[in-house]
Design a protein around this ligand. Structure first.
Ligand SMILES: [Zn+2]
Ligand SMILES: [Zn+2]
Ligand SMILES: [Zn+2]
Length: 234
């Protein structure tokens, strides 16, 4: 009977599966059991016969690594400079990662990991982009150093500081419609200022930049129970 060595068997398999990274751990003869280790995920595969692996239907040595979702994770980790520290052999248990850019360690269930990016780097990327944009838009609208965008709490909610020192949390749309300061009335239009003076002089309580529930509208002033006043910069 024709005998091949473990090295030759491995060489033949590598020709047959050029994209797989594996080591043949034990082999005696083509019709005897064989053990193979995947070098990517360290999974050990035992087969009853060495010839099993030559079946025409077989596309990969490691069925785990070749699954679409795992392939996607490998690829994203390579692109985004993330190291897989520890992983399970399923898509239900968490995998552990380390970001090589910021050092953040985090775990994800890969099936639910939509962004495939480091959460810390991603948050930084998002907040700097958004913050820069809002600051510029507000500068163009109100003049430089009138308002300072302090911190984004979400994509379009931020804390804003007027030059008088007054800080409030606002939503971008509401702010852009009436970009003034409720404390000192800075950058307020004449009409708005008149209304505000009137409300304050007559001790009428109001809410500024009131969003009406069940509607998409926001009003400059809202007086309980149902009076809403909106200026369009006039
Ligand atoms: Zn593998
Ligand atoms: Zn990171
Ligand atoms: Zn102010």
């Amino acid at each position: 009977m024709y005998q091949i060595s473990i090295k030759d068997y491995e060489k033949n398999l590598k020709k047959r599966f050029p994209n797989d990274d594996f080591t043949v751990l034990s082999f005696t003869a083509a019709i005897k059991p064989v053990t193979i280790k995947c070098n990517k995920c360290n999974k050990i595969y035992n087969y009853n016969r060495g010839t099993t692996l030559y079946s025409n239907r077989r596309k990969n040595i490691c069925t785990f690594c070749s699954s679409k979702i795992v392939q996607g994770v490998y690829k994203s980790c390579e692109i985004n400079n993330i190291t897989i520290i520890n992983h399970s052999y399923n898509t239900i248990d968490p995998w552990y990662f380390r970001c090589n850019i910021c050092g953040e360690e985090f775990s994800r269930i890969i099936y639910h990991w939509k962004t495939k990016q480091c959460p810390k780097c991603l948050a930084e990327k998002r907040s700097t982009v958004v913050q820069f944009n809002w600051q510029k838009i507000i500068d163009d609208l109100c003049g430089e150093s009138e308002f300072e965008v302090l911190k984004n709490t979400s994509a379009d909610h931020f804390f804003i500081k007027h030059k008088c020192g007054f800080i409030r949390k606002t939503q971008s749309g509401a702010f852009l419609r009436s970009p003034w300061c409720p404390r000192c009335k800075g950058t307020m239009s004449k009409g708005e200022r008149k209304i505000l003076d009137y409300l304050q002089k007559n001790n009428i309580s109001y809410e500024a930049q009131k969003k009406i529930p069940d509607s998409h509208q926001t009003f400059d002033f809202y007086i309980q129970p149902n009076i809403a006043i909106e200026f369009n910069g006039k």
